[in-house]
Write a protein of this length. Sequence first.
Length: 309
Amino acid sequence: MKIDFLGRYGDVSRLLDAPTKQVAEEKLPSEFATLLGDISPFKPKEPKIIEEKELIQPKIVAPKPKEESPMARFNFPLPELKMPGLEPIKIAPKLPEPVNPPEVSVKTPEGVIARRIKIEKQALHELPKPERISSISKLVNEFGVNQGIDPLLGMAVVGAESNYNPLAVSSDGHESKGLFQLLDSTGNQLFTENNLEGEYDPFNPEQNVKLGVSYLRKLHDIFSSSTKLPNNLSTVAAANSSSLEKLAVAAFNAGEGRVASAQERALRAGMNPADYDSVSIYLPESTQEYVQKVFSSKLKFEAEIESKE
């Protein structure tokens, strides 16, 4: 087998003897990037310069107003309205008023009567005291003469009870009302006994005076003779007219039962139950003072009358 020991050497020798090729120029380190770019299979692309342009503002278009539509639509025809025929109004000619119109009796409504009474009460209350006393005196005198009661005694009781105030109401808890300060129970009872029409009104001056005077008349009758009362009590007839008036006035203040009880106590004590002075010591102190006040006022009225004569 023949071996060519110079085969590989020959190849090398041929390569060495070959003409020298152009050597690449030496490049600076700053150009390494370019150098690397040259040998890179993917060459970087040059950046594109974008020109600055003015931004275009978008146009804002206002929305069209929404057309409102009815909530519901009726598809059926509306009925036709027929207007009634209007006839001309006939106006009667105005007649001349008669010179002397006939008198016509017209009944006053009850509401007007009630209002009139209210106005009269208010007017009496607003009068100056002297004029008020004068107006009340006329009422007391009228009913006193009719009932057989001394009008001066009646006026003295009104003065002690209400000081001549027709709208007075007591502040002692009993709520006595009006000129004579009658309790509602007593006033209603007297209203029925006297057969008065309408309704009980303690603030009606005329009605209150009539009932107050009738109550004094009733008390005079009770102590004019022996009278049986509830709770097994009986009165003793007064000894004289002076004691009769005082016993009746005491009963107006304290009640006939309490005065009858005082008469019984006076009798047991051996005193005269028909004499007011003997009975008064058994009455409440407030009642004794009340009787004294009433008769002092009565004496003043008598003195005024005598001075005018």
